[in-house]
Design a protein around this ligand. Structure first.
Ligand code: GLN
Length: 262
């Protein structure tokens, strides 16, 4: 869909096919909104922020400048996690850095017996996640917690079947070179420290504390980070069945590992 078509579907609250079948003249107020949306786009705002929503795994997610725009690459990871979780009855999952809540919400939608926690340090991001949990009808199975990644260190109450994260993984020095619309996304959702791996260094060992034996971890990562990540799993110990997943562009994009079943 072109940007203009997307703006029109947002203004007229209709689908693209409805737009094509029954073109309606815009009212003055709608025309003004359309022009304002085009100006924001020309100034570099992501189209999803301008419309106020996007789709992830076919589900509507409301988004704004306080959350990362959910990406198709992450859908590849979530798809695989869903397949794996079908082997865990009544699964319990943690998503670290949940942002819009797109990951736990999709899992809860696809797996009727799955319960999930979405953790995020940003209360502004959780505002969107809360709303998305409501509009997708999974309030009873998705809990949102406003804490940072160190939550692991004193957590003894929960034991999860799976831990998922799409943490910030762009090396700090590369942020300035990102396309202008990506730079409109929250820096705290993008910046992964000097080599981009800052968060994995907490998440990989921390996961061993909160995963059940035989549970698994699934992490998205960026270009050129696979070797170092595999190394982190080996150094940490306690993991096996490491599996690497490619995105639709054929790039290594996610890694899954199982906690030793002892
Ligand atoms: N989990 C969210 C997503 O995948 C947000 C990730 C983030 O903010 N780094 O879109």
């Amino acid at each position: 869909m072109s940007d203009d078509e997307l703006f029109l579907t947002a203004i007229l609250k209709c689908s693209r096919s409805e737009l094509l079948i029954r073109p309606v003249p815009l009212t003055d107020e709608q025309q003004e909104r359309f022009n304002a949306m085009r100006s924001r786009r020309a100034a570099g705002d992501p189209v999803q922020y301008i419309c106020g929503f996007t789709e992830f795994m076919g589900y509507r997610m409301e988004v704004g400048p306080e959350v990362l725009v959910p990406r198709p690459e992450t859908e590849v990871l979530v798809d695989l996690v869903i397949k794996k979780l079908k082997m865990y009855p009544e699964s319990f999952v943690l998503d670290i850095g949940t942002g819009s809540g797109c990951i736990p919400i999709s899992l809860a939608k696809e797996l009727p017996a799955c319960r999930a926690i979405g953790l995020d340090i940003s209360t502004d991001a959780l505002h969107y996640a809360r709303r998305n949990v409501v509009i997708n009808g999974v309030v009873d199975r998705v809990e949102l917690i406003a804490r940072d990644v160190f939550w692991f260190l004193d957590e003894t109450k929960y034991h999860f079947d799976a831990l998922i994260s799409n943490p910030p993984y762009i090396p700090s020095s590369m942020i300035v070179g990102l396309p202008v619309d990506v730079r409109r996304e929250p820096i705290m959702a993008l910046d992964g420290g000097p080599d981009g791996l800052h968060f994995y260094r907490f998440i990989i060992p921390g996961a061993l504390r909160v995963l059940k034996p035989g549970g698994f971890i699934a992490l998205e990562f960026g270009d050129g980070q696979l070797k170092e990540l595999e190394n982190l799993f080996v150094i940490t110990g306690g993991w096996d069945k490491i599996q690497v997943i490619k995105d639709n562009a054929g790039k290594d994009r996610a890694i899954i590992a199982c906690k030793h079943n002892i």
